[in-house]
Design a protein around this ligand. Structure first.
Ligand SMILES: CCCCC/C=C\C/C=C\CCCCCCCC(=O)SCCNC(=O)CCNC(=O)[C@H](O)C(C)(C)COP(=O)(O)OP(=O)(O)OC[C@H]1O[C@@H](n2cnc3c(N)ncnc32)[C@H](O)[C@@H]1OP(=O)(O)O
Ligand SMILES: CCCCCCCCCCCCCCCCCC(=O)OC[C@@H](O)COP(=O)(O)O
Length: 395
């Protein structure tokens, strides 16, 4: 009991956070560099280059999974039909996931890890994320599909990037947050105004889905992907998890409901496909209502087993990188040079600011203005910076 208490206090210590972030950044840069070294291999043996990059990517993303699973001890429960469960990780799939939480991406990655598709997992991500050091640079080599959320500009690039995935050598899950942005009260209000104008039923827990990305993904991955995994995520007891909370060792409880929908049941025609997606979101809304009423999703509970690889990978990097850091700091102290000590302190401060900026990318309060105006097509190019609306705080 006392040991647990000490460990919990340790997890909140700045020094621990600095070490974790140092290991993440340095290992990340090393892996990014190794990824860069695979560039000459692409024209010679593309499939081999892709497989190597999957492993390298795994070594970065699994650190965040280890942080969630082993450091914070967050529990991830899966509600799904046993006959679907058997297929997870054994086929290519499009994952449609609600976008309400700051750690959606970590929770998604954790499920990917449990089913062995973490290294190869894909997403339709906003372009801004491609500039985030380590993760964004890693994504470039993993052939992640980026969009500017301006369809006129995205149409060509998104279609081309999707087509490139047709001969991908590993099973992958392609994640789509069809809402295109995270849930806030303000964005919800506006998106329901759009729903009303379009004569669509209102949603209580979701923003109105954007249909173009979904339809184009289904169209271009037909024959490559066998199913859509309709996934609805919630956290128990109205928890609003954050990356900083996870870093502080706070334990959360994620519940994910997944329905496997064979791809050949989804209409080929674009407007029918769009209507299908709207109907799907109405069903997702009902699942959230059910969760709110009963504290659980429908369907059988399965607990996909923890695998040790994420933790082992993390420990490997810790062992490799912490010893040289200690030696360096010791040498610094022994050198007694004020100049070197000041330079090192400034460097550490810069790294901390950099990491804080990266964490900021996950924070809803610092999120984009996308979807904050019903006439956004006209206003997209002139976002006034400043005031952000607040993420919904559920009662
Ligand atoms: C099983 C567990 C999980 C497994 C996880 C698997 C893999 C994990 C892998 C990686 C994890 C990392 C996660 C990182 C997450 C990063 C995610 C993001 O970056 S989300 C943001 C980017 N993604 C998207 O936006 C995807 C959804 N968007 C689309 O599909 C869009 O259509 C688009 C392709 C981006 C194009 O967008 P654009 O805005 O240019 O065009 P649209 O046609 O979509 O929009 C115009 C359309 O919308 C109507 N409109 C206007 N205002 C609103 C509003 N406020 N709300 C709703 N709708 C609005 C407008 O009337 C137009 O309507 P219409 O189409 O009828 O003309
Ligand atoms: C071991 C690990 C140590 C952790 C140290 C800290 C590492 C920091 C990692 C930063 C990771 C950055 C990846 C960000 C992924 C965030 C995905 C996301 O949720 O993006 C939001 C978009 O979908 C929508 O944007 P908005 O329109 O809502 O705005």
């Amino acid at each position: 009991m006392i040991r647990m208490g000490i460990l919990q206090v340790l997890k909140t210590q700045l020094l621990c956070h600095l070490i974790i972030c140092y290991v993440f950044l340095v290992s990340g840069f090393i892996i990014n560099l190794l990824q860069l070294c695979t560039l000459p291999l692409w024209p010679i043996n593309k499939q081999l280059a892709r497989k190597i990059n999957c492993r390298l990517g795994y070594s970065i993303s699994s650190q965040l999974v280890a942080l969630l699973e082993w450091w914070s001890g967050t529990e991830c429960t899966l509600y799904t039909a046993p006959e679907s469960y058997k297929l997870y990780g054994k086929e290519n799939a499009i994952v449609v996931l609600n976008h309400n939480f700051e750690i959606d991406f970590m929770t998604g990655w954790t499920f990917c890890e449990r089913f062995g598709v973490l290294g190869s997992s894909k997403v339709l991500a906003k372009k801004e994320l491609s500039f985030v050091p380590v993760i964004g640079w890693m994504w470039y080599f993993l052939e992640i599909v980026f969009c500017k959320r301006k369809w006129e500009e995205d149409r060509k690039t998104v279609v081309q990037s999707l087509r490139n995935l047709r001969d991908y050598p590993e099973n992958f899950w392609f994640l789509l947050h069809c809402e295109g942005t995270r849930f806030t009260e303000k964005k919800h209000k506006i998106s329901m105004e759009v729903a009303e104008k379009k004569g669509l039923p209102k949603l209580k827990y979701h923003l109105l889905p954007r249909t173009k990305g979904f339809c184009v993904t289904v169209q271009n991955l037909r024959g490559t992907v066998t199913a859509v995994y309709d996934s609805t995520l919630n956290f128990r007891n109205n928890e609003m998890p954050t990356l900083l909370g996870v870093l502080n060792g706070k334990k959360y409880h994620a519940d994910l409901y997944v329905r496997r929908i064979p791809l050949d049941t989804i209409p080929e025609d674009e407007s029918e496909c769009a209507a299908w997606l709207h109907k799907l979101y109405q069903e997702k809304d009902e699942f959230q209502e059910h969760y709110r009423q009963t504290g659980r999703f429908p369907g059988a509970i399965t607990s996909p087993p923890h695998r040790p690889w994420a933790l082992l990978n993390w420990l490997f990097w810790v062992c490799l990188l912490v010893y040289p850091l200690c030696m360096l700091l010791l040498q610094l102290l022994l050198s007694g040079s004020t100049f070197t000590v000041v330079c090192t302190s400034v460097f550490c401060l810069a790294v901390s600011v950099g990491i804080r900026w990266m964490i900021g990318q996950t924070e809803i309060d610092k999120g984009s203005n996308y979807g904050r105006d019903a006439n956004e097509q006209q206003l997209k190019d002139c976002h006034p910076p400043g005031q952000q609306d607040h993420a919904i705080v559920r009662s």
